[in-house]
Design a protein around this ligand. Sequence first.
Ligand SMILES: NC(=O)c1ccc[n+]([C@@H]2O[C@H](COP(=O)([O-])OP(=O)(O)OC[C@H]3O[C@@H](n4cnc5c(N)ncnc54)[C@H](O)[C@@H]3O)[C@@H](O)[C@H]2O)c1
Length: 314
Amino acid sequence: MADTYLVTGGMGCIGAWSLYHLRQAGLKAVNFDLSDDRHRINWLLSAEEQADITFLQGDLRDTDAVKRVFAEHEITRVIHLAALQVPFCRADPVLGAQVNVVGTVNIFEAAREHGVNHIAFASSIGVYGPPSEFPPGLVANDAPQHPRTLYGAYKACTEDTATVYYYDYGISSTTLRPYTVYGVGRNQGMTSEPTKALVAAAKGQPYHVPFSGTMQFQLASDVARQFILAAQQPLDGAFGFNLGGTPATVNDFVDIAGDILPDARIEVADNPLPYPEGFDDSALRDALGTVYDTPLPDGIAETIAHIQRLGERI
Ligand SMILES: NC(=O)c1ccc[n+]([C@@H]2O[C@H](COP(=O)([O-])OP(=O)(O)OC[C@H]3O[C@@H](n4cnc5c(N)ncnc54)[C@H](O)[C@@H]3O)[C@@H](O)[C@H]2O)c1
């Protein structure tokens, strides 16, 4: 029997790209999202192409609704992305915990009830603490997690939860920890600013990025493909992996955009984000074999070309 992939949060940025790649590969995808706003998926797939995907609207906090999705759609693979990002968790900590923590428990419970024995899901580099906690260089995959945001604390809790589900029920999991995801569709969340700057620049508008610093930029399309691979290649255990990439500054990002769009007017505030400069992805490379890491100049060029093709639609 062919696999059926559940994507949670497919109306979001990484989710929309996941649905895009699943559909392009001819795989059966079911999206479960609280939102029915298709603006991101409309930037990636035509209405006709979207007809190959099953779109369900529902709340991850609703245990029975999540279980029904597994039962009614005979889910065999899971890419769990739905979550509230840093600013939303800060604004409403209770809701943040309900969606990010309880919602993830609901996914594991549904998997347990319906015999799905592997889950791929999103954590974040937010599980780690500020740069002062780490030696210089890339942070190791097994470095201690001391989150300084509620969002990071909730993500760390989901990683621990996954470990317990492996020991107690044999459900394996692969969680990936993105850093700054960019690309078409990245229009909400703290680190969405560099992408918003590209959209503004492509439209001839000025933009002010409120933070600076060195970080790893990861193309949304690559991140989505990595989640699909993580769902397809179960590992024996509950594993959390950093996504990597060559660290670059926000100013590097803006300079690359300026090479493509010489009239771009993007300012960058002198305000480094309180995260380490980069995270080591060698554990991911060893475990999955393939890592999708489009070089930053190519990813920015691809994103600008995509924005330009969308024209007034974005
Ligand atoms: N974008 C990044 O840079 C980044 C970095 C690190 C980790 N992550 C993680 O990757 C995942 C995907 O990120 P994204 O940028 O695509 O997020 P996003 O904010 O674009 O999308 C999240 C989606 O979750 C849905 N959602 C929220 N509450 C829900 C609920 N109660 N029930 C069902 N759906 C609900 C939203 O409607 C939205 O479509 C998230 O778990 C995020 O924390 C993202």
